[in-house]
Design a protein around this ligand. Structure first.
Ligand code: NAD
Ligand code: UD1
Length: 361
């Protein structure tokens, strides 16, 4: 039996959360998931993504439609369930939107986290895994990036919310040694569960490369706009460390296991493959494994984009015993399976405004 039995997953109906829930259930944890559907599809019964996660695992999830900004709602959930550890995915994450609506992002991401930490402390739950991002590093001073690379010189509001939260967690763990927190800095999550049943289906407009490319392959968008082919990289296009979402999910189970047997205060780990892939390379692999053709249009660089970023993931391998297993081919194949099996994403039913699915699984 895992050391932490009951895990609260915030943002559980979202892209990474729903995939992580599958791994948590498979590892024998009980999952309480919450989401306010700010960026996840809902239907009359709750979250179709989580319903399918139950279908994949044959196990039950307790789900609450709840908002981290609503303290009494979250407090009730902690009163009702003996939560051992929290995995905190819930956040707004659209870079462009964060620049236009900074207050919305600071309120949702920072206040949501503050509320959660206070309620956790009041219930003597001090164990947390936090979703951070490689965006906290800003423009890299060296590659591959280690966890000791300076953070904070970030050019967008979304990234700053992740940085501020990490700083807050430093202060918190320094002030009270009971806290036991792992912050995971994700590189570029892509792909989907190999069943094709769950995947990425945001309600907000997306701008990331893989979902956009898949829309072009499906014929829903005419062309993939490549932002810059004059970077100082071998083929001139930007380089990133793409990581399969199921590898990312297993990184959370590894982090939980580590927290279960170590008092770390606050520790930070990169979750990436350690390999950089250019836009052109990714397009080529995608075309090959999906047998599609992606028309490209080269345009100017996107404002705020960095040239190249990939992880040094040695620390996670050595301390968490975690490393990635899935290839770029598998990332593309699995994403494509999800897209072709669900060209319009999850079935969307009209949402009844009064529906609260407290405790329903
Ligand atoms: P996502 O938008 O699919 O999932 C986040 C979920 O949180 C959504 O379902 C949303 O409805 C929910 N949510 C937002 N605010 C909430 C609130 N106040 N109360 C309750 N629920 C709320 O995003 P994702 O890609 O699954 O990302 C999960 C986490 O990982 C986020 O914190 C994100 O910043 C971080 N991250 C994501 C990426 C990426 O590329 N996907 C990269 C690095 C870090
Ligand atoms: C973006 C976010 C970053 C976030 C990360 C993971 C920005 C500026 N940054 O990073 O904060 O942590 O997602 O969610 O949005 N590209 C194209 N054409 C496209 C889309 C992307 O050429 O239509 C290129 C980009 O220039 C980049 C690469 O593809 O070189 C990956 O882009 P994307 O998927 O948006 O991720 P990031 O830019 O790394």
């Amino acid at each position: 039996m895992p050391r932490f039995k009951t895990i609260l997953v915030t943002g559980g109906a979202g892209y990474i959360g729903s995939h992580c829930v599958v791994d948590l259930l498979n590892a024998g944890h009980d999952v309480i998931a919450i989401d306010n559907f700010a960026n996840a599809v809902c239907d009359e019964e709750g979250s179709p993504a989580l319903k399918r996660a139950q279908q994949i695992t044959g196990k039950k999830i307790v789900f609450y439609e709840a908002d981290l900004l609503n303290k009494p709602q979250i407090n009730d959930i902690f009163d009702k369930h003996p939560i051992d550890c929290v995995i905190h995915f819930a956040a707004l994450k659209a870079v462009g939107e964060s620049m236009q609506q900074p207050l919305l992002y600071y309120q949702n991401n920072l206040l949501g986290m503050l509320n959660l930490l206070e309620i956790m402390r009041n219930h003597e739950c001090y164990q947390m895994v936090f979703s951070s991002s490689c965006t906290v590093y800003g423009e890299p001073e060296y590659l591959p990036i280690t966890e000791t690379h300076p953070t904070g010189s970030i050019t967008n509001v979304y990234g700053r919310t992740k940085y501020f939260i990490e700083e807050m967690l430093k202060d918190l763990s320094a002030a009270d040694e009971k806290w036991n927190i792992i912050s995971l800095r994700y590189f570029n999550p892509v792909g989907a569960h190999p069943s094709g049943l769950i995947g990425e289906d945001p309600t907000k407009e997306f701008t990331n490369l893989m979902p956009f490319m898949a829309q072009v392959a499906l014929g829903k968008k005419p062309v993939l706009t490549v932002f810059g082919n004059d970077y100082n990289t071998p083929d001139g296009t930007g380089i990133r460390d793409y990581i399969h979402v199921m590898d990312l999910a297993s990184g959370h189970v590894a982090a939980l296991n580590y927290l279960g047997s170590n008092q770390v205060g606050l520790k930070v780990y990169n979750l990436g493959t350690g390999r950089g892939v250019s836009v052109k390379e990714l397009v080529e692999v995608f075309e090959r494994v999906t047998e599609t053709k992606i028309p490209l249009k080269y345009v100017d660089r996107r404002l705020g984009d960095i040239t190249a970023m990939w992880a040094d993931a040695t620390l996670a391998r050595e301390e968490l015993g975690w490393s990635t297993k899935l290839t770029i081919e598998e990332m593309c194949t699995d994403f494509w399976r999800w897209q072709t099996m669900n060209p319009d994403g999850y079935p969307k039913k009209s949402k009844k405004t009064s529906v609260i699915v407290n405790g329903n699984s």
